[in-house]
Design a protein around this ligand. Structure first.
Ligand code: ATP
Length: 218
């Protein structure tokens, strides 16, 4: 089943076609890598899929929910880890995840177990009561991945999840990412500039100047 479908998507900013008539789909339970140089249109595409931007024309859907006409259902179906952290540094790891679970209306009786499970998945359970401002960059990124899982999204968007991390921390975070489809039943849509990360994806698409130039298996 295709959990993401993009058809003839176009986004024009002041005369620039940031995304220029692209079409692709992503199979459920896979890792999809979206590659391309700076300014190619990756963030614009993700922003449309996450309902943060509306397209100029064409369509995009998640689990069959149209990103323009059914944004509420799309938002319930997705998790997002963007480049800039949105964690509250003055709260503990546990409080950050609890807050997120409340925002997403997770059933009260399930909140604590979901938050604990997510923290265990990224090996931060022992540090759950530490303030986020005491965490390293790699720990924060792992915590963001954990947080994005607490409402059980079908699709997780990771925008350059390992950017700015040292090689060892990157490899460590990557171990959690490759486990996501199997362990959390989630489809991963990620952007990356690293070839070794692209190679682990089930499928990739390369975008340049708003157009998909190659799509297939790495
Ligand atoms: P990066 O790897 O640097 O994040 P990207 O592939 O994500 O790049 P986009 O951020 O999608 O690229 O940008 C695609 C093009 O659209 C660029 O030419 C950019 O300048 C332009 N663009 C993006 N957002 C806007 C905006 N809000 N207004 C005008 N132009 C924009």
């Amino acid at each position: 089943m295709h959990v993401i479908e993009v058809r003839n998507l176009l986004k024009r900013f002041d005369g620039i076609d940031a995304v220029n008539d692209i079409s692709f789909e992503v199979e459920e339970g896979t890792i999809f890598g979206f590659l391309g140089p700076n300014g190619a249109g990756k963030t614009t595409t993700i922003s449309i899929l996450c309902t943060l931007l509306s397209p100029t024309s064409g369509s995009a859907s998640i689990k069959g929910y149209d990103c323009v006409t059914n944004p509420t259902m799309v938002r319930r179906s997705i998790g997002i880890v963007f480049q800039d952290t949105t964690l509250d540094k003055d709260l503990t790891a546990y409080e950050n995840l609890m807050f997120h679970a409340y925002l997403y209306d997770v059933k009260r009786s399930e909140i604590k177990s979901r938050v604990s499970d997510a923290l265990r998945f990224v090996d931060l359970y022992e540090r759950k009561d530490d303030l986020v401002k005491k965490f390293s960059g790699g720990m924060k990124r792992r915590l963001e991945v954990a947080r994005s899982l607490t409402h059980r999204p079908s699709v997780l968007f990771l925008d350059e999840p390992t950017l700015g991390l040292d090689p060892q921390t990157r490899a460590n975070l990557w171990e959690y990412i490759v486990d996501l489809p199997k362990k959390h039943n989630v489809t991963v849509f990620m952007t990356t500039h690293y070839m070794e990360e692209a190679e682990v994806c089930d499928r990739i698409a390369i975008i340049d100047k708003g157009r998909i130039i190659i799509a297939g298996t790495p």
